[in-house]
Design a protein around this ligand. Structure first.
Ligand code: SIN
Length: 528
């Protein structure tokens, strides 16, 4: 059933008494979301419903999820708490749309993706504001994410028209052999809250470019960026049913299970924790789906004594404190060679103590809040555990209390922290912290630090600073990770193969990642 926003809202407020209870719940919800404004230039980008077969929809039972601003704890609005029934409908809609979308030419798909890319740039201020409101990152970072997010659409538009097959020299006379690339089918996309926009387009871009249709389950913490993007996709002319959105929180287990086991879904792609990735992997095996997973990280960041220390400090800050430390690729363990340890530690501590935490919309804010209380609890647990085992706090080390004098307006802020001498058995050395904590560890030799760096089941990214070209090759080859930054703390771009080894995931995104959404078909031409 379709609920076009404006006319029905009016109708409900006039005639509500004669409607059944479930409609009254919806009417109240629509009336309350009608009041909501988030200060966008184009308020129609603020969508508060899921999307199935081109229709914006509430949950069948009218249930909703409240979405709050982590910087203020204020409610921003609600989205539907959808469940199994809506998920099945979304998969059906994507299956129907696949019949026609998969037959469009690569050039048509290129043109539509380029339109969406341009619409994202034209609306980047609104998209960035929405992203800051729901995620908490600063407006500067949010603008950066919107540009990064759009770049996946541009990149994969350009990849769409280059999904060549091969002409294979045959070893059998009278047979000619070729391959062609075909879209896999309906894809399930499950994304995290730390990059509410870019983690969608990193998957949606290649899926649409390849000729696949999708069902997206955005995170309940940050659904509005996904919904605004979807609205722009509709404006770009992407047909109904090609993109379907199921918003869910309490029903996530049922929704996730359906997405990973429904026979009509041919591919599952997920970014999030390793524990959830393993669960989805197991479910997806039941129907042998194609998968690509970007899971957790525990990145080492190594500073050798031949490094440019100023550059290493800047790199460590960019890498560790992006998104207030809430990225999968951020440095979790910072190893510094003993001869430069004290110097590096004091320079890093001085810079970090100058950070200004606060609401990301304020122009002086350098770093925003964490996403929610659970995130704060984990960071607090890691810091307390490290301190109990002998680490010293150089800066920060605790939650920030809200006060009218310090710009802190909710309980979701943790002070940017630098810890010295973090022991190898600390939780922080072994688990992803996902918060603004730089954990410093001393080492003496290259051999020793490579062993320490690789002593983890994760293998997403690794970074090091050195000006010795031989060492740069040796260490880059020795690190057991999917991505290495040498003399840089910033590695992400749409054009690079993003992904991990070990328990950090399977498959690569960006770069030639369109192949993850396609099958290679071999055709033999006989009887020549
Ligand atoms: C992530 O944290 O999962 C993604 C980070 C990035 O794309 O740079």
């Amino acid at each position: 059933m379709r609920f076009p926003s404006q006319p029905l809202r009016v109708a409900f407020s006039r005639r509500a008494p004669s409607y059944p209870a479930v409609y009254l719940v919806r009417a109240r919800r629509m009336a309350s979301s009608a009041k909501t404004t988030v200060g966008l230039k184009d308020e129609t980008l603020f969508k508060t419903q899921g999307l199935i077969a081109g229709k914006w929809l509430d949950a069948k039972d009218g249930a909703v999820i409240k979405v709050t601003n982590p910087a203020t704890d204020e409610e921003l609005g609600t989205v539907p708490e959808m469940g199994l029934a809506e998920t099945k409908e979304a998969i059906d809609a994507a299956s129907v749309a696949f019949r026609t979308w998969s037959k469009t030419t690569a050039k048509e798909r290129h043109d539509l993706l380029m339109k969406l890319f341009k619409l994202m740039l034209e609306n980047s201020e609104d998209l960035a504001r929405l992203l800051t409101l729901e995620n908490g990152k600063t407006l500067t970072e949010a603008k950066g994410e919107v540009i990064y997010s759009a770049s996946f659409l541009e990149w994969f538009a350009e990849e769409a028209v280059r999904t060549y097959g091969e002409n294979i020299p045959s070893s059998i006379p009278h047979i000619r052999s070729i391959t062609l690339k075909q879209p896999v089918g309906v894809c399930a996309i499950l994304t995290p809250w730390n990059f509410p926009s870019a983690m969608i387009t990193r998957k949606l871009g290649p899926a649409l470019a390849a000729g696949c249709t999708v069902v997206i389950k955005p995170p309940p913490e940050t659904p509005f960026s996904c919904l605004a993007l979807t609205e722009l996709a509709r404006r770009a002319g992407i047909p109904d049913g090609v993109i379907n959105i199921v918003t869910t929180q309490k029903n996530v287990v049922d929704v996730g299970k359906e997405l990973c086991t429904n026979k009509a879904v041919k591919k599952v792609t997920f970014t999030g924790s390793t524990a959830v990735a393993k669960h989805l992997y197991a479910l997806s095996s039941s129907t042998m789906k194609k998968i690509s997973f970007e899971a957790g990280g525990n990145s080492p960041f190594i500073v050798f004594d031949d490094a440019d220390i100023d550059a290493a400090v800047e790199g460590a800050i960019a890498c560790k404190f992006r998104g207030s430390g809430q990225t999968c690729v951020c440095a979790n363990r910072i190893y510094v060679q003993s001869t430069v340890y004290a110097d590096f530690a004091s320079r890093l501590a001085a810079k970090v103590s100058a950070f200004r935490m606060g609401n990301g919309l304020e122009k002086d804010t350098t770093h925003g809040p964490l996403i929610h209380e659970r995130a704060i609890e984990k960071v607090e647990r890691h810091v307390n555990d490290a301190v109990e085992r002998g680490a010293q706090v150089l800066v920060g080390g605790k939650r920030l209390q809200p006060s009218p004098n310090n710009g802190i307006t909710s309980s979701n802020f943790f002070a940017p922290t630098v810890l010295s001498d973090v022991p190898a058995d600390a939780q922080l050395s072994n688990e992803e912290t996902f918060g603004p904590v730089a954990a410093l560890i001393q080492f003496d030799t290259e051999e020793e630090v490579i062993k320490l760096a690789n002593n983890t089941e994760y293998g997403l990214a690794g970074y090091f600073y050195s000006r010795d070209v031989g060492r740069v090759w040796r260490v880059a080859e020795a690190l057991e990770v999917g991505m290495v930054g040498t003399n840089t703390g910033t590695i992400s771009q749409a054009v690079i193969p993003f992904g991990g080894v070990k328990e950090s995931g399977l498959g690569r995104e960006g770069s030639h990642g369109i192949i993850e959404y396609m099958q290679t078909k071999y055709i033999a031409f006989g009887g020549l």
